[in-house]
Design a protein around this ligand. Sequence first.
Ligand SMILES: Cc1cc2nc3c(=O)[nH]c(=O)nc-3n(C[C@H](O)[C@H](O)[C@H](O)COP(=O)(O)O)c2cc1C
Length: 358
Amino acid sequence: MPAVSIIDAVYRHLLKRFLFAQDAERAHRMTLRMLAAMPAFGPPRDKPELGIKLWGIDFPNPIGLAAGMDKDAVAIRGWETLGFGFAELGTITPRPQAGNEIPRIWRVPERRALINRLGFPSEGMEAVAPRIERIRKAGISIPLALNFGPNSDTPPEGIAADYIALLARLGRLADFIVVNVSSPNTPGLRDWQSPEKMRELFAAVGEHAGESARGRPVLLKISPDLERNEMFRICDTALALGLDGIVAGNTTVARAAVGVPSPHPGGLSGPPILIRARELIRDIYTHTRGQIPIIGVGGIASAEDAWLHIRAGASLVEVYTGLVYEGPGLVVRIKSGLADLLRRGGFRSIGEAVGIDR
Ligand SMILES: Cc1cc2nc3c(=O)[nH]c(=O)nc-3n(C[C@H](O)[C@H](O)[C@H](O)COP(=O)(O)O)c2cc1C
């Protein structure tokens, strides 16, 4: 039995029951500690047809870890071992901050969903940098994306300086960078999605970010709650600014519209947002005529889910909530399911399937 299958069986039959008896945030901390302590037995070898090249970077497979799971980059080797094709670490803020008050993560088990209003708890860039440096020195077989966000007490006129500080300190350690302007849990952050604010932000970043991030692809992570025309204007602005990709999307503040009436505030994730995420991916792909790569994220809990995000226009996909409910073997299951779906559909590679359902 391959090592990942053993981990998965242990998770599904023992660990999940134990973790779900804890409050969600404690369970998350324990999971990260276990992953960080897990022996690295080398990533499973991927079928060549699952590989994809974007921005000159080779991804062994298109399944990535979504931001928020490993905010402080403490379990990087674990993500490689579980078979991810890349990992997006963060959101990292410049200075350490505690985030919102607890409780701030809730499970919605009947929908296999989560709601969070974490507000970027982060150990800050100076704590994260040496961890990534160590991994880089030792060697890592998967691309690492770093997701950046501002501190919550930074005033609006200081937001650009926060991103600039992050790019200057961590840019050279990233294979690509995600500028997160779409968390619903940092007041005012989502305003930076407007084309005017985007232009202001990226003009400042372009002028002052310095050498560290030079040549690194920069992607924008957007919200699924954007009004459609606004989203199109954001895509046009991203193209005009020469951004390298769009991560679509973050958690939603919608509730009744996705059938999850809930007393908890914050961002909803998991299967209830699957269809909305796919619409967003398809709209972006169609509107931009496939000119800007999309990382599709939202609600993925199976190979079929990932496949339909890819067919809607995503070149890469990411998972978070699915891992919590389906277990760490989800990555391997999605990959083997995708290989089957490719073969049955007569595709020779993932790249051939991107956007064919637009
Ligand atoms: C507990 C939790 C924390 C998250 N933290 C972040 C974050 O720090 N930065 C970010 O860009 N997205 C964050 N996300 C959003 C995820 O990256 C992803 O966009 C969203 O959960 C949808 O994917 P999913 O349905 O597979 O979970 C978080 C999600 C969850 C559930």
